[in-house]
Design a protein around this ligand. Sequence first.
Ligand code: GTP
Ligand code: MG
Length: 117
Amino acid sequence: MDPSRIRGKIRRFRILIIGRTNAGKTTILGRVCNTRDNPEIHDSAGNKIDLATINASRERGEHNISNEMVLRSNPGFVFHDSRGFEAGSESEFDKVKEFITSRSKETRISDQLHAIW
Ligand SMILES: Nc1nc2c(ncn2[C@@H]2O[C@H](COP(=O)(O)OP(=O)(O)OP(=O)(O)O)[C@@H](O)[C@H]2O)c(=O)[nH]1
Ligand SMILES: [Mg+2]
């Protein structure tokens, strides 16, 4: 298929970011999009979410992996920011695995994950 048709079909390139706790995942999302703009975040039901929940911090980030983060500077991308993996804790890892599995079963290509970073 022609790449421009694929782009039209997926609308937004969907990226999941995973890694260790405090690795800088949330920080890098902001930097890579070269923005100080506040992202727009929606939960899986499409409701807008309070921005205070996504800021980078030394505390463990409180993120819901199913939230969709879109930056005005890069509207062609949608990010899913996960809570970091912590040594000795399996629950976060299991949540991420579950999310990846369920997205891989989505029938619409726009709902599937297109990259994991
Ligand atoms: N020195 C330094 N500090 C950084 C860098 N990137 C992020 N930080 C700091 O590290 C802390 C954690 O950054 P976050 O972006 O919240 O890390 P995270 O991976 O999203 O963390 P969790 O969501 O808790 O897993 C913050 O205090 C950031 O300001 C970096 O490149 N260098
Ligand atoms: Mg974070």
